[in-house]
Design a binder for this molecule. Structure first.
Ligand code: ADP
Length: 319
């Protein structure tokens, strides 16, 4: 396996008495999307700021793009791009001027700067708006310009800090598409988000940040398997069939109003097969059978509710 794009160990950060990060370990393989998921104030931006050399951690170490954060911050900066809450877009000048300024900052020769600018503006659907002041852009256009500006430096690792917060659904889907395309091009994306659906849609791996620690880490599927709540639901139209099934299936939870029976299940193929075999052996035929697996919402609430519903043993298995 090649070196990870990002590897962090024991990152800690406090502001005064307030402990924001209490020992964070992260590994992000190259060419993948990693999502740090947490509510507002969880410390996501703090992690991004540390890993992008904007602030230093109180303790811990990290390598980004193969470079040690403390020993070679310049090399880290050369390997990364950062966009998000602290946007680099200057509203007073045009989108194109913002891009050309970025090209200058990266010391691109004039002609090369113009070529890259035109190419990126076209790629992010901003050619038409290129001559207008960026302050007139919509939220989605500003985010696109921000990413385009980041790409001028051709970074291999991109930090996107809440890239879709405040965007309308169409712009959000648009941004998701852009993020997917970045990764197809070989870039590693470190994405922070408050949206479970976003992490579910995009991320190869997800880490849930809670109380300054990583409460759980894994693929969306692995995380979903952490919480109970998966079940198979059988619906019956005929009251007699429903009643006899309810009598036979003693460990199913009946709902008389909807004439459904709910059987606990992890949703795996093997379990489904055994449930179906068992229904056959009892001669029960439901009119509708649906499989429900827990979603990331269930996981998130289980992890972040006080009392932590997930046993530590299970957590270890997933990490
Ligand atoms: P998130 O990005 O998950 O919303 P942040 O990393 O921005 O969270 O902030 C985590 C916590 O650290 C918050 O409680 C915030 O108020 C606090 N914090 C962040 N930056 C500073 C700072 N410069 N001084 C004091 N407290 C800060």
């Amino acid at each position: 396996m090649s070196n990870p794009a990002i590897a962090a160990n024991g990152l800690r950060k406090s502001y005064g008495d307030k402990k924001v990060l209490d020992g964070i370990d992260l590994t992000v393989p190259e060419g993948t999307i990693f999502s740090l998921l947490g509510p507002n104030g969880a410390g996501k931006t703090t992690v991004v700021k540390i890993l992008s050399t904007l602030i230093t951690a109180d303790a811990g170490a990290a390598h980004v793009g193969g470079h040690d954060l403390a020993a070679a911050p310049q090399a880290v900066r050369a390997a990364i791009g950062v966009t998000g809450q602290f946007s680099a877009v200057d509203g007073l000048i045009t989108g194109e001027e913002n891009m050309l300024l970025m090209a200058d900052l990266h010391h691109l020769p004039k002609a090369e700067g113009r070529r890259v600018t035109a190419e990126l503006l076209a790629r992010f659907d901003l050619t038409e708006a290129a001559g207008k002041p960026a302050s007139t852009y919509s939220g989605g256009m500003k985010r696109r310009l921000d990413i385009a500006m980041t790409l001028v430096g051709n970074p291999r690792i991109i930090f996107l800090d809440e890239p879709t917060t405040g965007l309308d659904p169409r712009s959000r889907h648009n941004m998701w598409q852009i993020i997917r395309e970045l990764v197809t091009g070989g870039v590693t994306v470190f994405l922070t988000t408050q949206y479970l659906e976003e992490a579910d849609q995009l991320a190869d791996r997800i880490a849930v940040l809670h109380n300054g620690r990583i409460a759980a880490e894994g693929t969306a599927e692995e995380l979903k398997r952490l919480v109970p709540g998966g079940h198979v639901r059988l619906r019956f139209t005929d009251p007699d069939t429903y009643r006899s099934a309810a009598t036979a299936l003693t460990h199913a939870t009946p709902d008389d109003e909807t004439q459904t029976l709910q059987i606990p299940s992890d949703g795996t193929q093997r379990e489904l097969r055994s449930i179906l075999d068992w229904l056959d052996s009892l001669g029960i035929e439901a009119d509708e059978l649906t499989v429900h697996t827990p979603d990331l919402d269930d996981v998130f609430f289980a992890l972040t509710s006080t009392g932590n519903a997930i046993p530590d043993q299970t957590k270890e298995n997933v990490r």
